[in-house]
Design a binder for this molecule. Structure first.
Ligand code: GUN
Length: 302
């Protein structure tokens, strides 16, 4: 093994802490200068254990940064009308600046009308078609948190992405599609690959920037990666570990790919912590915009 070929680690945990500190300062001045406390409402329907962990972390982070957190837990058998009414109530509540409905919803519920019901100004997930359209049109709107976090990690690592070949594996509204738009806005040449892509490995091998969001443990192998590429791993997969404990791994085979890439995000400690930090950033922005204050750009250096 040659150490000189081992990728540098892109530390999402440290970056998220830096971003959170910056947001915390912004919240303090928003409160002292304007008497505004950003409020985030999180809606959880049912008892999915992974979702419960995410929701708890979102609440804890919001409170730590001086924001107000409103948690709404509905029983798993809630009907569509109940969820819709809750969202409408949150739209009308001036203390709530951001609304996040934790996905996936239980199977009997239709997610689309729920997302459509969220006021686009409060849509801190950036999932409403109005925000998706704004991103595509290059207009200011709410950007989904995970791709926004990846963009920040890439900006800090690469500074200028102009002309780079970027491949995103995944095409969801929550990640793949907005990630492709953000890379396009960084002047990359972007390919969106997915489960039906023919010869996925060949596409990946052309990438200077490879972003994997497929949800399949360690699928991206070393021979899929161009030497020197920057690799961002969005996957969070639980696989059996030693003893009874589950182990968290990404969509990228970290041990092997880190010998080929120039830089790589680990799992855990890469993209994950950035998602929550970016949710707090979106909530801060939402609070400012809903109070007629100037927008803030995502800081790159902090
Ligand atoms: N479930 C997993 N990730 C997310 C997210 O970013 N937003 C929402 N609403 N649900 C999720």
């Amino acid at each position: 093994m040659n150490d000189s070929t081992t990728a540098s680690i892109i530390d999402g945990k440290a970056t998220a802490l830096g971003l959170r500190a910056w947001i915390g300062d912004q919240v303090i001045s928003l409160n002292s200068n304007h008497g505004i406390k950003p409020g985030l409402a999180v809606v959880l329907v049912g008892e999915d254990p992974a979702s419960e962990v995410y929701v708890r972390n979102k609440r804890k982070t919001a409170v730590k940064l001086g924001m107000e957190s409103y948690e709404h837990t509905l029983p798993a058998d809630s009907d569509q009308e109940t969820v819709m009414r809750l969202v409408q109530g949150l739209n009308a509540d001036p203390k709530v600046h951001g609304i996040l409905v934790q996905l996936p919803l239980p199977k009997h519920l239709d997610e689309k009308p729920v997302v459509l019901a969220i006021n686009p100004l409060k849509d801190v997930d950036g999932l409403h078609p109005e925000n998706a359209g704004r991103l595509m049109a290059g207009n200011v709107g709410m950007v989904p948190c995970t791709p926004l976090g990846c963009q920040l990690l890439l900006r800090r690592r690469m500074r200028d992405m102009t002309g780079k070949d970027a491949v995103v594996i995944g095409r969801s509204m929550l990640f793949g599609k907005p990630m492709a738009q953000l890379l396009l806005s960084e002047n990359c040449t972007v390919t969106t690959a997915h489960s039906r892509t023919a010869d996925l490995a060949a596409h990946c091998r052309r990438a200077d920037i490879l972003v994997a969001a497929v949800g399949r443990a360690e699928m991206v192998k070393a021979d899929w990666v161009k030497p020197g590429a920057v690799v961002v791993d969005v996957g969070i997969n639980r696989i059996p570990g030693e003893g009874k404990k589950a182990k968290l791994v990404g969509d990228v085979d970290f041990a092997l790919v880190s010998k080929v890439a120039s830089a790589i995000t680990p799992v855990p400690g890469g993209v994950g912590p950035m998602t929550i930090a970016c949710l707090m950033f979106n909530t801060l922005r939402a609070a400012r915009l809903q109070n007629g204050l100037a927008d803030v750009d995502m800081p790159t250096d902090f």
